[in-house]
Ligand binder design. Structure first.
Ligand SMILES: Cc1cc2nc3c(=O)[nH]c(=O)nc-3n(C[C@H](O)[C@H](O)[C@H](O)COP(=O)(O)O)c2cc1C
Length: 459
């Protein structure tokens, strides 16, 4: 920050960031230097900066970790950005569910002001810049940049059409640079070590490193920071330590709730913006959910679609109505009530929602459906044509049965059944009353060797 403020011009800073190849870590991967340059060229004053710390993806906590552990990196990055575009004020938008991040960023800002690193005449350079924290109320759509801007302005977090982009017409109609937490945190190192150092990491089009939150059916869960271009296999089986319990890997869902599922045969895919989107997924903000053979891909698509449907702000019809219709069709398929025409309807709706929605939420919401249909069509067909769930997940399509030759009559399943659906006496073979069974799996969980989950093979 000191180097940028005292020894570099705005053009030099932007030149360095552009040369580094840094692209936004919030999802879309827009080149950061280009965004800053667009804002710098705007004549209107004042200009604003925003740090997007909304992080609404379920299971993602990369930005929270940076805000809690290294708030100063974000703060420094923003001062550098402010000098580059000519902004005098910045806002750090953090969701209210992140109390520690809010507290620590507050401390960092107070320290900055006290030490002359924020406020008037920073480091005697004659440059003024100050920061304010805004608490987000925690809706997924608030992370979308135009909705976030509306939220800071005190309005409901509704997105608006772009262009104009925030760099030209942002907060209170003024030129505004909005970047993700991780993007801002990368800035000080690029300025200090130089663009060549940063662009030495990664691939031709995706430079530097990226933080992912690795969760799901994987031995080592947590945050990983990896060079761009690393193969998925190296993340899942190298760093992540593979799949627990000797189960088979099935897919990894990348890019948050509106990302896509990458199957086994694409495990050697390099993790970069272009490869992921070609495969039907996206970098997103960095969520990676690993799934094993016990995951039903229809159920997964339904799970993510329900999330985006509930989080749709409702402003545009394709997203509001389309995601709901898609969820209804998927629920029907998962319940074994789908018809052969449903697959075509799903695809048509998915493409309409993707192309017709106002903001990125609707435009990407169909990704989990489209990618699972692309790579796991046989599972959809099994649900529709055979009324069967191969992964034994969809409750309507499975039956729990006690293996008579293995049952020793220990009463364990009977005692654990919340629906009193198991009949039996000590030391005598127990039987599940299928009419009373609520398919909760409690019996299976306490006695897996003697209880089998089976899926019907005929309608
Ligand atoms: C529904 C939705 C949610 C989003 N949530 C976030 C978020 O939580 N954090 C974030 O940085 N970007 C999020 N984005 C992306 C932002 O709109 C924007 O592209 C980003 O903040 C720009 O910063 P970057 O260029 O550094 O990535 C979201 C986009 C959409 C469509």
């Amino acid at each position: 920050m000191a180097k940028a403020l005292t020894r570099m011009t705005a053009e030099e800073i932007i030149g360095e960031i552009t040369a580094s190849g840094l692209r936004g870590r919030g999802g879309a991967g827009f080149p950061t230097g280009r965004k800053w340059d667009l804002c710098r060229r705007e004549k209107a004053r004042p200009k604003y900066l925003i740090c997007n710390g909304d992080e609404g993806d379920p299971g993602a906590f990369m930005d929270r970790s940076v805000l809690e552990a290294d708030p100063h990196a974000v703060l420094e990055g923003m001062v550098v950005g402010a000098k580059a575009v000519g902004a005098a004020k910045g806002f750090i938008y953090i969701r209210n569910e992140y109390p520690l991040a809010l507290e620590r960023m507050g401390i960092a800002i107070r320290q900055g002001r006290k030490l002359g690193l924020l406020g008037k005449d920073i480091l005697g350079s004659g440059f003024d810049f100050d920061l304010e924290i805004v608490r987000g109320a925690g809706a997924f759509v608030s992370g979308e940049e135009t909705a976030l801007i509306a939220s800071i302005e005190g309005q409901r977090a509704f997105p608006r059409p772009r262009p104009p982009y925030p760099a030209q017409h942002g907060l209170w109609g003024q030129p505004t640079v909005i970047n993700n937490v991780e993007t801002w945190a990368n800035i000080p190192s690029i300025i200090r070590r130089g663009a060549a150092w940063f662009s030495g990491l990664g691939t031709e089009t995706s430079k530097g490193t990226k933080i992912f939150s690795l969760v799901g059916k994987i031995n080592n869960t947590g945050l990983v920071e990896v060079p761009m271009g690393i193969r998925l296999r190296d993340i899942v089986f190298g760093i992540g330590g593979g799949i627990p319990g000797g189960r088979e890997f099935k897919a990894v869902q990348i890019g948050g709730p509106s990302g896509g599922c990458i199957p086994n045969q694409l495990l050697d895919l390099p993790v970069d913006y272009e490869s992921l989107s070609r495969a039907g997924a996206m970098m997103g903000s960095g969520g990676m959910i690993v799934m094993d053979e016990d995951t039903c891909m229809v159920d997964i698509a339904l799970y993510f679609l329900r999330f985006t449907q509930e989080e749709s702000c409702g402003k545009c019809a394709p997203c509001r109505i389309g995601t709901r219709q898609m969820a209804e069709i998927l629920a029907r398929i998962a319940a074994g009530e789908g018809g052969p025409e449903d697959l075509k309807k799903l695809e048509e709706l998915a493409l309409t929602v993707k192309h017709g929605s106002l903001c990125g939420l609707g435009q990407t919401a169909p990704n989990p459906v489209l990618s699972t249909m692309r790579y796991f069509l046989d599972e959809y067909r099994a649900h529709i044509d055979d009324r069967r769930c191969p992964a034994l997940v969809c409750k309507n399509l499975i039956t729990f049965v006690i293996e008579p030759e293995k049952c020793v009559g220990c009463l364990l399943c009977l005692k654990n059944c919340p629906a009193n659906a198991v009949a039996g006496e000590p030391k005598k073979v127990h039987v599940i009353d299928q009419a009373a069974c609520i398919k909760c799996g409690a019996c299976f969980n306490v006695c897996p060797p003697k209880i089998r989950a089976v899926s019907k093979t005929t309608p």
